[in-house]
Unconditional design. Structure first.
Length: 226
């Protein structure tokens, strides 16, 4: 059987590497696992070391325990300055996207000053982000061709709080650029720090996948940049 060499997967890799470099330069990334490119027969995956532990999040345990396990096993693409974890995983069959998992797990400790509080207080960027009163909850953008069912399980959907049947329709799959912009703009932007404007440009778009029935519901729209 021939082995896939997906151009789209390689574009995802390039997008992710550029975004991670930008997050590091901006000072908002605290740790990272650079993306891994894996091929098996006609399947290409863009993933990260530690991705085998993402199923922990599906366990029926407290959110804090889930977060601690993911953190301990370094099951993330990037850990942000306040402890928030981002997971970005894509799977292609040839050039066709068949699955993505784009998850955000904020730290349950919004004021993590464990070892040296004075050092944290001197870090203006850190203090500006973590000083806000926010209730942490996970969110996840899923795309799953195999599980898709009109309205009941939209091909691309947003799940809030890991609620099993929360599947808010999304108009199209998300590129890494769109996902990271969504997280930064809505959870990290402050009056003083504008991270989004310093991100790399959009490289590509995915085609729309929302059905006509789903478009009649409240849903999220992914803009087209190209």
């Amino acid at each position: 059987m021939r082995r896939s060499n997906s151009k789209m997967a390689k574009t995802i890799m390039r997008d992710l590497k550029g975004l991670l470099a930008a997050l590091i330069e901006l000072g908002i990334a605290d740790d990272q696992n650079f993306p891994a490119y894996r091929i098996s027969n006609n399947v290409c995956e863009v993933t990260f070391d530690g991705a085998e532990h993402v199923s922990i999040a599906m366990d029926d345990i407290d959110y804090e325990a889930i977060y601690r396990e993911l953190l301990e096993k370094r099951s993330y693409t990037v850990k942000l300055i306040d402890g928030g974890l981002l997971q970005l995983m894509y799977r292609f069959e040839d050039e066709r996207l068949v699955r993505h998992r784009l998850a955000y797990y904020p730290s349950p400790d919004l004021r993590p000053f464990p070892d040296d509080p004075d050092a944290y207080l001197r870090d203006e960027l850190f203090l500006d982000i973590v000083s806000r009163h926010i209730i942490p909850f996970p969110l996840r953008f899923d795309f799953d061709e195999a599980a898709a069912c009109d309205v009941d399980h939209p091909l691309c959907h947003l799940t809030l709080g890991d609620v099993k049947y929360c599947r808010i329709p999304v108009s199209a799959p998300l590129t890494p650029r769109w996902f990271i912009e969504f997280i930064l703009r809505n959870f990290y932007q402050t009056e003083k720090y504008n991270f989004v404007s310093d991100l790399p440009n959009h490289l590509f778009d995915f085609r729309q996948t929302i059905t006509e029935n789903e478009s009649r519901l409240i849903h999220m729209v992914i803009p087209t940049k190209s």
